[in-house]
Design a protein around this ligand. Sequence first.
Ligand code: NAP
Length: 275
Amino acid sequence: MTGSCPPGADEPHILILGGTGEARQLARDLARWGSVNFTSSLAGRVRDPAMPVGRVRVGGFGGVDGLRAYLRAGHVTAVIDATHPFARHMSANADLACAAENIPRVVLRRPGWCEDSAHDDLRWHRVPTIEQVPTLISTIVHAGRTVFLTTGRLDLSVFSGDNHHHYLVRTVDTPDPGDLPPSHTLVLSRGPYTYDAELALMTKHDVTMLVTKDSGGDLTVAKLHAARELGIPVAVVERPPVPPGSTCVSNTTQALEWLTRALRIDHPAETVTAG
Ligand code: NAP
């Protein structure tokens, strides 16, 4: 835990479920408000995470029951689920825990890429789950050619049995060696990425297919522009659904507007900066 002491029972306390740029933007905006207590929560998966301003807690809560206990002990009055669109367990737990504790919750989900008409001209291949990507690769990528994997360290084992293709693997932290495909080149880096750098990387490694989650946002979109330029297909893993019945917003400004309504506090959202 970093930052100041947790608030008492009589003060509003907002929990931001984080791990995204939007969550860090929310923390900056709430810090600027000055009068609202908030805590950002990180899963603790990344060894050197970009830290939000203000109070931060790190690590899982211990499932729904653990989160319920945290919400009660911390006198949490509202939850903003600003986790990554693929953090489905955390979102599901927050849904159940907030419902059980009768705490208002909003889900902040930035728009995805594959529904955006700006990317209609890409050679998309949509797959509902990452486990289906190797089959797609085996049907459309010639043996020996290079596939660019940008889906993260934790799902890599899905590709570890492919002996037919070379993989350009990009992750933030070093993956477990046993998860890597037999033939690979590993690039450790963290976004944001520029178009020129993405084009240079994909050209240098003679990439013939890009694999991405439908993460959305601007920080890592440059790889799609490079794939368009190179005319290569893009396998996109579709997003898991948001818990049914959730209140959803798509940017930080809307999340803060929701917060002012949920807490009936007097902080006009137009005074804050959009993420
Ligand atoms: P996940 O599968 O939904 O979460 C697995 C477990 O990790 C959760 O049940 C929870 O443990 C813990 N957890 C997840 N997010 C947490 C948070 N913000 N604070 C405290 N505990 C959290 O999530 P994931 O896909 O592993 O992602 C982990 C984190 O990385 C998320 O915060 C997400 O925003 C960020 N992230 C994920 C991706 C991605 O592609 N999945 C990409 C970029 C960033 P307990 O059940 O013990 O509470």
